[in-house]
Design a protein around this ligand. Sequence first.
Ligand SMILES: [Zn+2]
Length: 561
Amino acid sequence: MRRLVTCAALGVLVVIADVSGQQPVADLILSNGKIVTVDERFTIAQAMAVRGERIIAVGTNQDITRLAGPATQRIDLRGRTVIPGLIDNHMHLLRAAGTWTAELRWDGVYSRKQAIDMLRARAKAVGPGQWVFNIGGWATAQFADDPKPFTREELDRIAPDNPVALQESYYQVFLNSRGLEAFGIRQGALDPEDFLTGTVQRDAAGKPTGIIRGDIAATRPVAARLPKVPADQLEASAKMLVADMNRVGLTSFGVAGCNGEVLDIMKRWRMRNQLNVRLFCIGGAAAGSPADVDRSIETIAGMKLYDGDEYIDDVVFGESVYTPLHDRMFAVDSNYSADQLAQWRRMAMAIAQAGLPLHVHANLTDTIDQFLDQVEAVNRVYPVRNLRWALAHLNQVNASHLERMKKLGMYAAVHPWGVINGAIFHDSFGEAAANDLSPFDAIQKSGIAWGFGSDGSAANQYIPMTALHYAVTGKLAGGRKVIRQTISREDALIAYTRKNAYFVFREDDLGSIQRGKVADMVVLDRDYLTVPADEIKDIKPVQTFVSGRIVYNSEPVVGSR
Ligand SMILES: [Zn+2]
C-alpha cells in the first residue's frame, strides 16, 4: 500500500512541551494498536496520547508510554484499529431529532426478516391504535435475504391493530389498511386534498394498494401527518439520536437546516460539556421568489459566520440558494428557465460579494451545468476561488463538471444517495446512467477537493461503514452491485475524515489523528484496511471518543489506571 509508513519509519517522537520544557503527562494513552492516522502520508502508528481535549503525541508504544504518569488512563488496544472520528459533511441532524425516537429506524438492518420482527415488536410496544412508522433512511434492496417490497396485506398480517407507514427513502410509502384508513384513503373516495394527484396507487377496481409513490412530493404529505416526538420528550429523542451517531463512529456534522429547539437543547449540552457531536451549520436565508431574493440579499451582507467554537459553529451558506431550483431525488432531468437561473445568480453574486462560503444542493447533470454557468459569471466579478464553494449531492456529476469546478476552486460534497437507492436508480434512470451514480473513480481522479456526506436521515441511511462499503465495492448492503466506479478504502476513508474537515472549516482541529488536533477517534472491532471488502459494512465501533471523552463504549475499557 503506497501510503503506509511502518512504525519504525515514524522516527523521532515529537510532543508539545509545556512552557517549562518538560514533556506533559498524558491524561489518556491508547497503545498496542493500529492507529490509522489519516494524516497527509496516511501514516499508521501504534499508540497515541491525549491531554485535555487534544492529541499530544502519536507514535510507537515505546515513545508514547514515556508520557504516562500515575493518573494516566491507559487503554490496551490489543491490536485493534483506530480511525479518526468520522465526519458527515451534510446531514439533516436536527430535523431527525423531531421524530427519532418515534420512528422505527431501519438504518443498518440488512435482513427483511429482522425488519419485520422489529415492526412486530414495535407494534406491541406502542400498543393498539398507535402509529408504527419511519421516514426514510432505508430501501428494500438493502435486505440481503429478500428485497421484495411490502404489501398492504402483508403489513396487515404483521401489525393488524396499528396504522403502519414505512417510507422507503423519498421514493414511496407502504401503508397497511389501518394506515390508509387513518388518512381517509379508501375505495370509492377521493384522495386526500394534501396528497399529490396520482400518487395514491390503486388497483384496477380502484382499491388502494397501500402504496403512495411519486418522489418527495408524494412522501412529504404522509410524513407531515405522522406523529412528532412530544415536546417534553424532544431532549430524550435528541439524546438517543446523538448516541446512535456515536455508536457508528460519527463525531462531526455539516448540519443542513440548523436552527430551532433541538439546536437550543444542544447548545445547553455544550455549556455543560455534555455535547457528544460537533455541529457545523449550513444555513442562511434562501429565496423562494424574485421578491424574496431582494430580502435575502439584504440579510446576506450581514450574515455572521465563525462566531462559535469547535462544537457548534455557523460555517457556510446553504443548502438552498433559490428554492424553485431544487432538484428532486428521482427526477430524470431539470428544466430551469433563464429567469429562474438569473435569480439564482443574483443570490450567488451577493454571497460572493459578501465573501461567504457556499454549499448548495445540485444533483442533476443539467442543473450542475447551469449552476456552473452562473458561478462562472459570478466569478468574473467576485472571484470565488478561496471561498470554498461546494456543490452538494452531485450524484450525476461528470468529468466535465469536475473540471469546471476545479478551475473555479470549488469543492465537491458527494452524497451518494445510491447507498440505499441504487436499485431504485436502476429502475428510474436505466442501467447505463445508474451504473455511474455516483462516479467515484472520476471524482477521485479529477483531483478536486471532495468529501462524503449522507444527506440523511430520510434521503439516505447515516452509517458511514455502509457508505464506505458502497464506495469500495459498488454494492448495496444487500449484496447487489449497482455501480461500476469504485475507489480505494484509503481514499474513501480520507473523504469521510480529513477532507471533510475542510467542509466544516476545521481542518486545523479535525479529520486526522495528529498532534494538536482534538482527540476524536474511533476504535473498530476489525481492521477497516484488511477485512474482506464485503465485510466493511459490518465493521462496528468498539469505542468512540470526542475530545478525549468516551462517548460510546460497547465493552468495558480494557486497561489500567
Ligand atoms: Zn439537498
